[in-house]
Design a protein around this ligand. Sequence first.
Ligand SMILES: Cc1cc2nc3c(=O)[nH]c(=O)nc-3n(C[C@H](O)[C@H](O)[C@H](O)COP(=O)(O)OP(=O)(O)OC[C@H]3O[C@@H](n4cnc5c(N)ncnc54)[C@H](O)[C@@H]3O)c2cc1C
Length: 505
Amino acid sequence: MSEAIRPGFRIVILGGGTAGWMAANLLAARWPQADISVVEATDIGIIGVGEGSTPQLKAFFDGLGVAETDWMPACNATYKNGISFHGWSDRPGHSSYFHPFPAPIDVHTSPAFFFHSHYRRHGYDLNADPDRFFLSAWLARHGKAPIPAENFPFEMAYGYHFDAYRVGAFLRDHARTLGVGHIEARIAAAVLAETGDIAALKADDGREIAGDFFIDSSGFRSALLQETLKVKFRSFADNLFNDAAIVMPTPPDPARTNSHTRATAMKHGWAWDIPLTNRSGNGYVYASRYVTADEAETELRAHLGLLDSDVEARRLTMRVGRVEAPWRRNCLAVGLSQGFIEPLEATALHLVQATVEGFMTAFEKGGATNAEERAFNAEINARFEGVRDYIVCHYRANLRGDTAYWRDNAANDALSDSLRRILACWFSRGDMKREIADQGVAKYYSLTSWLCLLGGYGNYPRADGLAPPPPELRRFEMAKIDDFIRRCAYNFRDHKSVLAAMTAG
Ligand SMILES: Cc1cc2nc3c(=O)[nH]c(=O)nc-3n(C[C@H](O)[C@H](O)[C@H](O)COP(=O)(O)OP(=O)(O)OC[C@H]3O[C@@H](n4cnc5c(N)ncnc54)[C@H](O)[C@@H]3O)c2cc1C
């Protein structure tokens, strides 16, 4: 128990979406002496999307001591080996690729992948297709769960798919067991102390909810950090064009056993397909300056084979960017109120967790001192930008060109210095391993991720006229890699049967 937090220290969380309840659980588990409450207006409701995660969510539940058998069936959750990308490149042989989560077992195959990827860029005919080098790509292709037999000596890295409403409810109930209070109120304003700190939240029925520290998880509105404390928002619109989404869940297809997310390029954005146990989550993330909502909905319906169906579609707008500082005075913004980097790669909840954990560590070190606040804000901002750059690369490196949307993305030069250098290194056949290490960006996305993306698209400096590799470059045999992965795969069961066994208890 940290002594930096005095008993009864009042933390008020505005917002009962996934971010608010995740924050409540993390804070209550680490600071049990604090007096924590979540305030939410159920009539405003939550955004109710956000159904895919990174492996960080496993660490979140493990840290709370909540077993998969407890939360997954309650949230209609499935396993996620990674993401398969379809149609982001027109280059022959590159219509799709799989992006795995880096796992310990990759140590056996990634040296070959790195080597082939490097010399493929130098124009040698070596196989650098990411789908061939990673066990999780095989598991996804064959509908397996990433849970190995007991005697398998490696842990896999995996994320989840889940129903956002159910996860919210599950986390609310769990937070209550940790002593978190729940107040239903619609907040009309914040009351400021003379110092400029927030003293209380004022509900529209006149109630005042006082606190020592406030978490703003009020969603895109950012009622405390941006509206009250006037912290500025930095838009990413110049390099991430998407600003809207159509959401359209469909009944599950019993024939499908997907243990991964599918991200399919559309005319003006991309569509997600997220398998839950009770339905499929579908949506189209698009840029409203290229297509109207009606046209986007029609395109999504056609993509899903639902042109004549009356399945309801929900339309959302997104504000893509980040606040200048997530922690200002006695307020921390967590979740959409803090920023959002569009849903590709499903990083939002990962950032929620990193933000709350980083904040707690900073606060324990120095309380609300300026130095800790500054260092924390710089670290989170760098994380947002590191993640953003990898997402931007999906668009910048696309090889489609069928619409103005894709052509403009490919031509867009509003890139960070970091991304500019990574792309320059790739196209000049430089040492990507050293570039990623020198920049210190592997903590956001690893070398594997960058090589999967650029190689997965087939966006090589030299696309044809490949030379046969000389003997010294024939260090790795693809047949051996295939065999290794196939033999590892014997240790994994079908996704469906693993989920069914979990539900059966
Ligand atoms: C199209 C789309 C797809 C996404 N996909 C993913 C994904 O795959 N993976 C991922 O990690 N993330 C994804 N996200 C992001 C994810 O949805 C959010 O990060 C997550 O749901 C957390 O939202 P939140 O809790 O910050 O906000 P919200 O869910 O909007 O919650 C806001 C809360 O604040 C309350 N509130 C607001 N104003 C007041 C007030 N005045 N008084 C009282 N209460 C108030 C509301 O009632 C609500 O409880 C996606 C987002 C979008 C838009």
